[in-house]
Write a protein that binds this ligand. Structure first.
Ligand SMILES: Nc1ncnc2c1ncn2[C@@H]1O[C@H](COP(=O)(O)OP(=O)(O)OP(=O)(O)O)[C@@H](O)[C@H]1O
Ligand SMILES: [Mg+2]
Length: 833
């Protein structure tokens, strides 16, 4: 299709239909592509900013990926096709490279800018574009008018704003700038103009496009404010008339934007340069180049891909043990300990390295570590990265990505489900590593028991693992089972120290005791080998910090896969639910194929944050992290990991002066439950003592004995976490400043033992962490407080057991017929009474 025709179609749509200018412009754009079929339509559109480029000789425009920022969605208008920053000054080549010439761009008379400008907001895939093209074609056909008649109409239409809209924005800007201050301002128009600028300032499109000229999101409102004052002081009446006719609208924003750009380039060169260099330093693109030594190696990557219990880790560990040296990277301390034991038991000396402990085994060339502790500086023959699908974890994903990109190993064995296989393939293309895939099937299929437990925990059997998604649920289930059956329960949940979890696991695995049922949270979901006959889901929804949500299918599979492991007492795995209502969801989850992961996590190194900090002055560390998150650039395959918990710690540590940026960064990664005020208090204390450069004391006593109630159990958990934090800090900072390591280790061991003993006796009602605070408030307010701090008036709401809602149907609808009443219903009444 000839360009002339395309432009006429554009005019038709533009003048005679509200099919949307956007589509009309797409038509214009794609019709020129149709004329040259060899040119593909891509998602980023490049706009010739030649008019700007001469004035922006010192600015470098390059594609700015906003996908990582919260303002994702729009593509930047003023992008250039520079493949690298070095190319930035080579204007002509840029335009040639993208296969368009200046003559290809027509000005949209209405909008006063090249017609392709609006394409920038397009979705941009070939299919979308075709859809738009077809829609536009239809619109043209619907009009049913000949081109000539439309043109005649057009000529007849007098456009009183022609003189304004057809002008080059640069000229317009210069004219406004050189005009004298206005004297005569119409009040009505003034009000409308205020609205127009308010609309402009709140336009997501404009603020997003402004990033393209390095007007940052936080500076944008100030820039608009100043632009408004400038504009209104000059009161260019012809332009004002036009804007007043448009009113506060997208059309007005799009007309004003190029003039705003001219203004900003002239008035805010310093701000622009500052933001530009900030952007450059907040650069998380090409993460594979961060590890030049790994890039210099020709690594062999072996992906052991399969479902749970298919022998992935087993096979990777065989290679690990054969190698002359190796590193095993685990998702959990517990699993690192398990591998440490297993490998040493096979006669291969292996050390243990986690954030909290370093167990050096003399003569060892192998190390089992947590993935965060993996060294990217030492050379290994074989590395194993377990649970590689965790690369997509919103919080910790960066640790797996870093290991994959940075480990210096001839052979890297990845174990995981198929969800990240494709992305690993793409990463290997970038790194130049050779990828081999080994696919596995489950040793024995997992069987779903359709009968379920019919809502009654009395149907529990020996070898069952009941999975619950909150600490409270876990203790309620344990209490119910132990009260109404002959079974005894071990418990495993995230708040317990790994040592205690391990003891609970071996208590459950050992057949020579009465502990034959396990009640656990999703903490059993990864890698642990337990003698589980059947996994019973107490519920299939969990609290995500905001509301109850369904447990994701991948997690359900992972947990259900704990049943019937090869080599354990029950090789045939069974799974079911407590409630019949949840069964369909369980089956759905098990049937679902693994979702393909599209992005994996990244987090900046301390050096990157330091570089970034150099561009900002007087900014607190917490704000620095926030700004980095807002400004950072990322490639398509990556996202920046969530760091809400890190920001919470950073916020708290803002109170501590005289901490270096590196120290702050390290403190922020200390393992602390940010929702536990006691643990947070101790972290603050550790940081402030450290900042004074004096040895940091543990300053925490030992409890007298076992926990007698849930509040005391929680206290034991917190104390262990504080000690674990102390040990972590001693490993990450100079040991001289955290000198009481031995004492902390001894105390942590004692508390882990006490926790184990307390769990054996635990037959009390669970309590929430902040109940103590509630109790205190209740006492000060004179409200009655019962035994264990239970607030009498709120007993029913606090302790009346309501099972988290089923995903499919509501619990209330289901009253089990067997036994007449559900055991849990009985219990809830007991508890409420
Ligand atoms: N070839 C084998 N010979 C003997 N035991 C094996 C073999 N392969 C696997 N096993 C045993 O089967 C159990 C499950 O294997 P493994 O832990 O490797 O599974 P996985 O696929 O890594 O599971 P998950 O995804 O849950 O981590 C382990 O106890 C392991 O020791
Ligand atoms: Mg495994």
């Amino acid at each position: 299709m000839a360009r002339g025709t395309a432009f006429s179609l554009f005019q038709i749509c533009n003048r005679k239909s509200r099919v949307s200018r956007f589509r009309a412009r797409l038509l214009n754009h794609y019709s020129s592509h149709l004329a040259q079929p060899e040119r593909s339509c891509t998602s980023t559109y490049y706009v010739p900013v030649r008019t700007f480029s001469t004035r922006l000789a010192n600015l470098e425009f390059y594609p700015y990926n906003t996908s990582g920022s919260k303002h994702s969605g729009g593509t930047i208008l003023y992008t250039r096709s520079f493949s690298s920053l070095d190319d930035a000054n080579d204007d002509d080549d840029d335009i040639k490279d993208i296969g368009v010439s200046e003559a290809d761009f027509e000005y949209d008379a209405d909008a006063g800018r090249p017609v392709d400008f609006e394409l920038e907001n397009g979705t941009g895939t070939g299919d979308d574009a075709k859809e738009d093209y077809n829609a536009c074609n239809l619109a043209v056909l619907e009009l049913g008018k000949s081109r000539n008649s439309i043109e005649a109409d057009e000529n007849a239409e007098s456009n009183q704003y022609e003189a304004v809209v057809s002008r080059d924005p640069i000229e317009l800007y210069r004219e406004i700038r050189s005009a004298p201050e206005a004297l005569d301002i119409n009040k009505e128009d003034w009000d409308i103009m205020q609205e127009v600028f308010r609309y402009f300032a709140s336009s997501g499109w404009a603020s997003n496009q402004a990033l393209g000229i390095y007007i940052g999101l936080s500076f944008f409102p100030t820039a608009v404010h100043k632009f408004r004052n400038f504009f209104i002081s000059k009161w260019p009446s012809d332009i004002i008339n036009y804007l007043v006719s448009l009113g506060p609208s997208d059309a007005a924003v799009k007309f004003l934007f190029p003039i705003f750009v001219e203004y900003c380039l002239e008035i805010f060169p310093d701000e622009i340069k500052r933001f530009q260099s900030m952007i450059v330093t907040a650069d998380l693109t090409k993460p594979h180049t961060w590890f030049p030594f790994a890039r210099a190696m020709k690594r062999k990557i072996i992906y052991h891909c399969g479902p749970t219990n298919s022998g992935k880790t087993y096979n990777a560990l065989q290679r690990f043990m054969e190698a002359k040296n190796g590193i095993y990277c685990s998702p959990l301390r517990l699993l690192a300990m398990e591998v440490f034991d297993k490998v040493n038991a096979h006669g291969v000396y292996c050390s243990l390295l986690t954030g909290q402990e370093k167990k050096y085994v003399p003569f060892s060339n192998h190390v089992a570590c947590t993935v965060e502790m993996a060294s990217t500086k030492e050379l290994f023959e074989v590395a194993v990265i377990d649970e590689i699908q965790m690369m997509a974890d919103p919080y910790r994903g960066y640790a797996w990505t870093r290991s994959l990109l940075g480990l210096l190993a001839d052979e890297i064995h990845l174990c995981g489900d198929p969800s990240v296989l494709n992305i690993v393939r793409r990463i290997c293309q970038e790194t130049g590593d050779e990828l081999y895939e080994k696919h596995y099937d489950r040793f024995k299929p997992l069987v779903v028991e359709a009968k379920t437990l019919l809502g009654d925990l009395r149907n529990i059997r020996s070898g069952d693992c009941v999975v619950a998604f909150s600490r409270r649920e876990i203790f309620e289930v344990k209490l119910a089972i132990e009260k109404h059956t002959k079974h005894r329960c071990c418990v495993i949940y995230g708040g317990l120290p790994p040592e205690t979890r391990r003891l609970q696991a071996s208590l459950f695995n050992d057949q020579n005791n009465e502990y034959d049922v396990l009640v656990a949270s999703d903490a059993v979901g990864m890698g642990l080998n337990l003698n589980i006959r059947r996994v019973v889901f107490n519920s299939l929804s969990k609290y995500n910090g905001d509301k109850m949500v369904p447990v994701p299918a991948s997690q359900v599979k992972q947990i259900a896969g704990r049943a019937g492991r090869r080599g354990c007492l029950y090789p045939d795995g069974l799974t079911t639910t407590l409630q019949l209502d949840d069964l369909d969801y369980l089956i759905d989850c098990l049937k679902q194929p693994f979702d393909e992961v599209k992005k994996v996590g990244l987090f900046p190194f301390c050096e990157q944050i330091e570089l970034f900090a150099g561009k900002l002055s007087d900014v607190k560390f917490s704000q620095l992290l926030e700004k980095f998150g807002e400004s950072c650039r990322l490639d398509q395959l990556y996202f920046m990991c969530r760091h809400d918990h890190i920001k919470k710690i950073a916020n708290m540590l803002d109170k501590v002066s005289s901490l270096s940026l590196e120290d702050r960064f390290n403190f922020c990664f200390a393992p602390v439950n940010v929702r536990d005020p006691k643990a947070m208090y101790h972290l603050l204390r550790f940081a402030s003592t450290y900042s004074r450069n004096v040895p940091v004391n543990i300053a925490m006593g030992m409890p007298k004995g076992c926990a007698r109630n849930d509040a005391e159990l929680l206290d034991l958990e917190t104390r262990h976490q504080v000690l674990s934090m102390y040990l972590w800090l001693s490993n990450h900072f100079n040991e001289d400043t955290f000198p009481y390591v031995k004492k902390a280790e001894a105390m942590a061991n004692d508390i882990a033992k006490l926790l184990g003993q307390s769990l054996a006796k635990a037959n009390w009602k669970p309590e929430s962490r902040n109940n103590a605070a509630k109790e205190k408030t209740a006492k000060t307010e004179g409200r009655p407080v019962g035994k264990n701090g239970v607030l009498l008036k709120t007993v029913k709401r606090e302790y009346g057991y309501t099972r988290p809602q089923s995903l499919i149907k509501r619990y209330d609808k289901y009253v089990p017929q067997q036994h007449g009443r559900s055991l849990l219903l009985e219990l809830s009444e007991e508890v409420a009474a």
